[in-house]
Design a protein around this ligand. Sequence first.
Ligand code: PEP
Ligand code: MG
Length: 770
Amino acid sequence: MLSSLRTIVQEVNSARSLPEVLSIIVKEVRSAMSAGVCSVYLFDQSDHHYVLMATEGLRKESIGKVRLSMRQGLVGLVAAKEEPLNLEDADQHPNFSYFEETGEAPFHSFLGVPIIHHRKVVGVLVLQQENRRRFASEEEAFVVTVCAQLSGAIAHAEATGALRQLASAGRGRSKEAVFVGIPSSPGVGIGEAVLVNKKADLSAVPERFTEHPDIEKILFHQAVDAAKRDMHDLGAGLADKLSAEEFALFEVYIRLLDDKVLVDEVIDAIDQGQVASSAWSDVILRHVRTFHKMDDAYLRERAADVRDLGQRVLGYLQAREREQRVLPRRIVLVGEELSATALADIPVNRLVGIISLKGSSNSHMAIVGRALGIPTVMGAVTLPWGELEGQELIVDGSTGDIVSRATRAVRRHYLQRQREEKQFNKDLEKLRDLPCHTADGVRFALWVNTGLRQDTAQSIQSGAEAVGLFRTEIPFLMRSSFPTEDEQVEIYREQLSGFYPRPVTMRSLDIGGDKDLPYFPIEEENPFLGWRGIRISLDHPEIFLVQIRAMLRASAETNNLRIMLPMISNMHELERALELIDRVYLELTVEEEFCIQRPLIGAMIEVPAAVYQVTEIARRVDFLSVGTNDLTQYLLAVDRNNPRVADLYHTLHPSVLRALKQIRDQASGVDCQLSICGEMAGDPLSVVLLLGMGYETFSMSASSLLKVKSMLLNISRKEAQLLARKALKMSSASDIADFLAQSLKQTSVSKLISAVSPQRRQQKNLHLIG
Ligand code: PEP
Ligand code: MG
């Protein structure tokens, strides 16, 4: 059974569509269990029924027709009880329902196992047998394991739209639909969906159809020719380094691409209406599966070669698709796992909404969405994104709702919301030039976080007194190779002179985690606990030294640079980084005679280890800045990028608040500037607590700045201190959030409470997410 399980998992992983996944499952499980019937019923969200989606053993015509309401039949019972049901005499059970179209009369024994994803029953797998017997406990355990594996594939299929396509086959397309994700940047955006595919990933290509098969065939042949040319050039380039046997492999690859059977299969699929990329992915994955199943080990390994070749051709097909795409005037960017890299391919001034199926409200894409002030929804795992290209979508970044095919009334409602938001922001604008003093006259400073070229103008106009965090990795993410020193000087000079005379805090490269450079991929089991931030910079001094040189050179005329080091987790890292910075500074000023002021150097406090060494760190640097995004994820052991645990990620968690208090108290003992630059600083409610703990400098997205200002102008430090004292004694994040909302409702800024703070709404929405 173990080997059957391995085969099933392998095959399911290489399947591209839900029907394929299901047909593999029912076939393989029936054979592994020597059962008469294996069927899968899936939950159709549109009408809350369990629908027969695949079967081996029942009549195929009944697929899509047998539909059971939520508690109907044995299937409904398994789903309702969320546990396996193993019966010898199923036909005697009071819940038994008979469906004539399935032809299931002679079956007596029944094993039903729920398929559960994220605590939600998404379907039921059923085995049936003619003779009267209970399935053995090992058999039951095997099916439970298969179902656990299947649940992920179903969630993925739901996300790519396959489930709805299958469920709605023959029933006409549904009308308005609302999908729920994690609210990540407030506001309403209405525009046309533009899909961003994960590049050259065969399994992630959505199934799409065309009315112009001839054009698709031409594209296909061109892509194959280009891949053949690559193989030929690669082979020729390596000819003197390879053995004759290895060299012959390139010929094999070229022959494979010439293979008539393979080419004909793709042409057939295109003739049946699929676009070239979709047809190619289907065919290649089918061949990959065939190789995987072979008994001969050598042939089995060829599966990887076929997949590699497939990806190469797919790369060309996708590049052509991108070139030919006519972008709409108002773009809603939709992708499975969006990162800032996706912005490189579109005109950002046309962007009105961002939707990512993966990621959470503190993923870097969400931060970029907030920086640009674009309504953003992350973790929209149930969105049928594969079928949305070109459709109008409404993105509500405040609630996490995404509406497709909106009725006129709903559209009108959202347009009204847009008008109200515009007015709200216009009112906030009036605060822009007011001095930053709390109601009792305490001075506070509002700084801005930047990264994208496009958010610079907005940041300059926001009235911020400084840049508290320039994420230098973002310009790196938008390119196809490392920028040269001179190119970096240009990028940094633009920032420094744009904000001059205000100080600009440039953070050294913080890649790793969810910020992977396309040209420097890092594959790790645990990327957030792995090679990240300063660790990479110290392991690659050639990258770090060039970056620091570029920053210093760029600052020669303006002298408003501050350098900040991310992810410091021990004193050795800090000392080594300071040593390298000193070295570059001396080289430039003494050997090369540049006239540059020594910049202030600071460290981020964003790793729990640093919290306990604030005093030592503070003695070695000019300033500290607290990164609450990472500090929260590391303190709570909650991946900031994972929608599954998004409801556990809470910056108001008592442990986070107590750590922040401890940082403030330790820093007060040393003469060291302290600011806070995580997203928490941009949340008008949380910022009250921060003020109450003694923080006075807050760095945030430009789009949050006036909301925070509005809050701080209206509250006195005394009130904030009282709230912080009380909150620090509470024992749960939700109690603290409720207490804050309740207390601040009395102030004149109550409107802000409903207009902001995606995190609090996130909790409300999570039960709706797959
Ligand atoms: C943080 O971790 O809070 C932070 C500001 O840095 P980033 O979000 O870029 O990791
Ligand atoms: Mg960080």
